[in-house]
Design a protein around this ligand. Structure first.
Ligand code: UGA
Length: 425
């Protein structure tokens, strides 16, 4: 099929390259001309495991993927996936301006097209958004009728950053929230080669499935962190507890890693969106609010531990290993390193930061307020205490910490010989 993708971030570009490598012809539309240029040269605008080779093979060898800044080009395709960003613009609200802009452009392009076209919302939008905002804009700008002249579906993405390519080709399930049956049938055909159960449902249910899934993952993490905090007070190893718990198939071993909590642009945002939607409807979502509150406090426990070990932190040099919100990405949105660094700066400590991929992004928001290192070893050597925030593989080398005080926010190190070592949980 001829597929167009609106938005070339992690979701859009990985999805586009994935479809292209499955034999579809893909055009990625993005308003950022620099990004478009990079993509057309086969260069990824972000760091993602296994993605560089996938993208360059689609662009250079097979020529099945190209990028453009011109929304009118979507008229040449049969189906458009909207994958633009929906960031948080405040503690409660999600900023859907990119959805509105993109939908407007797509509607205008559809006005000039005579054949049936499908619009699929892959961006995460709160339940009800497609019906109340996307469809009316598309109908108004295209002078056409949804379900008759063009099709609509919500097809949420479940890509994890750092594993996005793997997640694209190996989904656990495919959710098709369809407005009209014809659209659902075509989407099912596009996904026919994927070995995953397909759920066909209505669009609001699909929107909720995405939010409920992310909110549940967030809940699991805050739950295990709460148990981990209690275990720490009792001198019990939470990781042993979690491992034993995970043998119960109803619990499962995933998302039970205690530590600093969840960062990123998705889990915190989607939990906040649900809270806000529930409150608007007059329902007080106590559990979800507690999930976020546990998560807000968790990174600060690392600073408390440093204080307990070193006393006053003023003038002390603390190595911060890991700024990316998780390993294998250069994304620092929602990174738990940031509140830790802000707290250290309040105490007039000196953070010395290092990350294998995210230093450039870190510089944009931390500027000259911290010191930067070129390697983990250099940061550790210059520090009085080491805080491991993100569990990158290269931080697992015990040798670099010899003789140092280390506070591990994850379970990065498994042995502690020769190190003054403590975990947050
Ligand atoms: C999350 C979901 O996992 C994806 O399914 C979803 O598609 C995506 O959001 C999205 O909505 O786009 P992502 O934010 O990339 O993916 O990262 P996760 O792997 O979920 O990790 C989120 C955070 O939780 C990270 O900071 C990670 O370190 C932390 N985490 C994860 C834990 O603290 N403990 C765990 O056991 C697992």
């Amino acid at each position: 099929m001829n597929i167009s993708i609106a938005g070339s971030g992690y979701v859009g570009l990985v999805t586009g390259a994935g479809f292209a490598s499955n034999g579809h012809k893909v055009i990625c539309i993005d308003t950022d001309e620099n990004k478009v240029n990079q993509i057309n040269h086969g260069i990824s605008p972000f760091y993602e495991v296994d993605f560089d080779s996938l993208l360059s093979s689609c662009v250079n060898r097979k020529r099945s993927l190209k990028a453009s800044a011109d929304y009118q080009e979507i008229a040449e395709s049969d189906i458009t996936f909207i994958c633009v960003n929906t960031p948080n613009n405040s503690e409660q609200d999600v900023d859907i301006s990119q959805i509105i802009d993109s939908t407007t452009e797509i509607g205008l392009a559809l006005a000039k097209k005579n054949s049936y076209h499908i619009v699929v919302i892959k961006s995460t939008v709160s339940p009800g958004t497609t019906e109340s905002i996307v469809i009316p804009i598309l109908e108004k700008c295209s002078f056409k009728k949804a379900g008759t002249d063009f099709g609509i579906a919500v097809n949420p993405e479940f890509l994890q950053e750092g594993r996005a390519v793997h997640c694209f080709f190996n989904p656990d399930r495919i959710i098709i929230g369809e407005y009209d049956r014809r659209t659902g049938d075509i989407l099912q055909e596009i996904y026919q080669d994927f070995l995953a159960p397909t759920i066909r449902t209505d669009i609001r249910t699909a929107e909720m499935i995405k939010h409920a899934s992310n909110a549940f993952l967030a809940t699991k993490i805050s739950f295990i962190n709460e148990i981990g905090n209690i275990c720490k007070k009792l001198g019990i190893d939470i990781y042993e507890v979690a491992e034993a718990m995970s043998l119960d198939y109803r619990i499962s071993p995933h998302f039970l890693e205690a530590g600093l909590g969840f960062g990123g642009s998705c889990l915190p945002k989607d939990a906040r969106t649900l809270i806000s939607a529930a409150k608007d409807l007059g329902y007080e979502p106590q559990l979800l609010q507690a999930v976020l509150e546990v998560n807000r406090k968790q990174p600060l426990r690392m600073v408390e531990l440093a204080r307990a070990k070193m006393g006053n932190l003023k003038g002390k040099r603390l190595a911060i290993l890991g700024i990316a919100f998780k390993p294998n990405t250069n994304d620092i949105r929602g990174s738990l390193a940031i509140p830790i660094i802000e707290e250290l700066l309040k105490e007039r400590a000196i953070p010395i930061i290092y990350d294998p991929q995210a230093l450039e992004n870190a510089r944009k928001i931390l500027g000259e307020r911290v010191l930067y290192s070129n390697s983990a070893k250099e940061a550790v050597d210059k520090s009085d205490c080491v805080l491991i925030v993100t569990d990158w593989d290269e931080f697992k080398d015990r040798e670099i910490y010899r003789g140092k005080m280390v506070i591990d926010g994850r379970r990065t190190l498994l042995e502690k010989q020769g190190i003054n070592y403590e975990r947050v949980c």
